[in-house]
Unconditional design. Sequence first.
Length: 258
Amino acid sequence: MYFIDVQGTLISDEDKSPIAGSLEFIKKLNRENIPYMIVTNNTKKSSKNFYNFLHSLGFEFGFDKYIDPLMLLESRVPKDGVAAYGAGEFLQTMQDMGYALDYENPKSVLIAIKEDFTADEYAQMIEFILSGASLIGMHETSIYAKNSKRYPGVGAVLKMLEFATSTSYEVVGKPSEAFYNEALAALQKQDANVSFDKITMISDDVTGDLGGAKEMGMKTVFVTSGKYKTKEEILPQVPKSLQPDLVYANMQEILEKL
């Protein structure tokens, strides 16, 4: 049984095309009735729009096998008084969901991915947090890859703000327990007997997705088709307890081992 990441795992960070073996891997799971969930940290598009985008690429799975942070947001973050930071698409999605963005006296500071945060934005975030706003991340990715460049991920920004303000933060998406528990509940609709120790999490994010999955008892598979070009870039820095169980170049290599 599987939890499967999307960006850098199923689709390329460069051009969003399917990565080698990814379409075939999903087809094999469908054909053999193996339970799985597509677990993505998508925040730029609405959940339904991103799901439809994946379908347009040829991925064949029902919406009941899909989960992203936006699907948990309303239960975790009140809609009034949110200072949201991220790409323009994310801010528009927030407003479409009925969130009232407040950059005067917000109750919460909500961080999503963006490659070009400014110093003034960081300064504004710090002021709001020091004034009592809670700090929340849409997810906790380590690195954000785009246009052949690698930027600090949401997790890195959260760690910086935590250090700057001595304020702890919460996470909506991966690798939070709340997110993985929601994904587990959805997977149990496919197999009522599933538990975390029976799930394999596949992702290109070792310290974000896979670290949290490992702590919850899942088996972890690291693919080097996304954020990291080789395992040597990151694995020597990862604690032994959080090392992935297996490492492959891409979904094609995993498919060949099944």
